[in-house]
Ligand binder design. Structure first.
Ligand code: 13P
Length: 255
């Protein structure tokens, strides 16, 4: 068996928080706090209006800037939408796709997740694809089926070549913003299911290399136990990413 080293990814998802000046002030402080952090990738997903300034502020550092969604068309009469090329030209390298808030509040489906994923890849953006079950689904023992169908839907028509940059985030809906973190064991089990399916669809090399992040009430106090599981390759952090000191503490989880 070949052992694989997956570089951890620690990503903050700010959701609909922070104006442009707040973004710049945060990143000026944050880039100093994490300047010596090694052995991991750092991503901050800021709101659309702050992306270009965010990218400017972190230029020359290792911090990557992500958007929180995109539209699948390249351009056109789609009022309120933003294309992959627009994000790339603003300095984004990554984009979150299919967050449960988009699925629950804005009608995102596995099919639209797939379309956005293909558009991101075509423009050279690295997708962070979110999946995860609701509390009802977990209590009805449907977690495995839900995760498998979300992966099948998101990855439809992908090839292993095109899939290589993709990051997956397992975010159980019941753990988001609730303070109720999944135990490392629950997260690990879900990650195993996801990686197993990716292996079936895209082969062992892609499955072994894809980073699967955990998201849902990640904090400085619980990151270490989550990261102790070999299946957990990083975290997608909501609330605790809004404060630069707390996000930096998550990034320095090993020290
Ligand atoms: P919280 O960390 O606030 O639970 O949010 C998780 C999340 O949704 C990240 O995308």
């Amino acid at each position: 068996m070949v052992s694989v080293t997956r570089i951890p990814v620690l990503a903050g998802n700010w959701k609909m928080f922070k104006t442009l000046p707040e973004t710049v002030a945060y990143l000026q402080e944050f880039k100093i706090l994490v300047q010596y952090a090694e052995g991991c990738e750092i991503v901050i997903a800021a709101p659309f209006p702050a992306l270009a300034a965010a990218a400017d502020t972190v230029r020359g550092s290792r911090i990557r800037i992500a958007a929180q969604s995109l539209h699948w068309e390249t351009e056109g009469a789609f009022t309120g939408e933003v294309s992959a090329a627009m994000l790339a030209s603003a300095g984004c390298s990554d984009v979150i796709i299919g967050h449960s808030e988009r699925r629950q509040l804005f009608g995102e489906t596995d099919e639209t997740v797939n379309r956005r994923l293909l558009a991101a890849l075509a423009a050279g953006l690295r997708p962070i694809v979110c999946v995860g079950e609701t509390l009802d689904q977990r209590e009805a023992n449907e977690t495995k089926d839900v995760l498998l169908s979300q992966i099948d839907g998101a990855f439809a028509s992908l090839t292993s070549d095109s899939a290589s940059p993709i990051i997956v985030a397992y975010e159980p809906v019941w753990a988001i913003g609730t303070g109720r973190t999944a135990t490392p064991e629950i997260a690990e089990e879900a990650h195993r299911i996801l990686r197993g399916r990716i292996r079936e669809i895209l082969g062992a090399v892609t499955a072994d290399n894809v980073r699967i992040l955990y998201g849902g009430s990640v904090k400085p106090a619980n990151i270490q136990s989550l990261m102790s599981k070999p299946e957990i390759d990083g975290a997608l952090v909501g609330g605790a990413s809004l404060d630069p000191v707390s996000m930096a503490a998550i990034i320095h989880y090993q020290s």
